[in-house]
Design a protein around this ligand. Structure first.
Ligand code: MN3
Length: 202
């Protein structure tokens, strides 16, 4: 069974004005679709075919550039769409909120450090909030389409929140103003979904 491009859980214009409809449509139908197609081509007829995307990520041969780039691209964007919502924003409460406070002192300090990780990622990549077994959370960042599930990326735990800082994620609307895009991303974070990923993977 080949991997399929998932539908977005909202309309392309649902995240306006924070993320514009044209960016969302191109990002989903061109970029994510491209990673999906190329991932399927890369694993067809290999022993990776039939595995889940998480299995493929965790056992990845990092020298396999086609699966690293396109499998990462597939997985990362599936998470990205899910952790955004037109009803998003605010701050997490419950056990996720407590874990963030325990690690970073306050939500405001977490926001500052997460934003810094996203802003200072040189070139293309992602910033993440991950959870380690036991429930500790950690911010980290990876280049290109790498992610924390991959072996040896120096960014541990299971990702529960990710922001795409490739220019294709923001350039149409924000041009070179990546920090403005990161600020607006916080207005669409679906903390209920992030909390669910936290509970599943802690
Ligand atoms: Mn992208």
């Amino acid at each position: 069974m080949a991997f399929q491009l998932p539908n977005l859980p909202y309309a392309y214009d649902a995240l306006e004005p924070h993320i514009d409809a044209r960016t969302m449509e191109i990002h989903h139908t061109k970029h994510h679709n491209g990673y999906t197609t190329k991932l399927n081509a890369a694993i067809e007829g290999t022993d990776l075919s039939g595995k889940t995307i998480e299995e493929i990520m965790k056992d990845l041969d990092m020298s396999n550039a086609a699966v690293r780039n396109n499998g990462g691209g597939f997985y990362n964007h599936v998470l990205f769409w899910e952790v955004m919502s037109p009803n998003g924003g605010g701050a997490p409460d419950g056990e996720l909120g407590q874990a963030i406070d325990a690690a970073y002192g306050s939500f405001e300090n977490f926001k500052e450090q997460f934003s810094s990780a996203a802003a200072t990622r040189f070139g293309s990549g992602w910033a993440w909030l991950c959870v380690h077994p036991g429930g500790k959370v950690e911010i980290c960042s990876t280049p290109n389409q790498d992610n924390p599930l991959m072996p040896g990326v120096g960014c541990g735990g299971h990702p529960i929140l990710g922001i795409d800082v490739w220019e294709h994620a923001y350039y149409l609307h924000y041009q070179n103003r990546r920090p403005d895009y990161i600020q607006e991303f916080f207005s669409v974070i679906n903390w209920a979904k992030v909390a669910a990923y936290y509970a599943e993977n802690k």
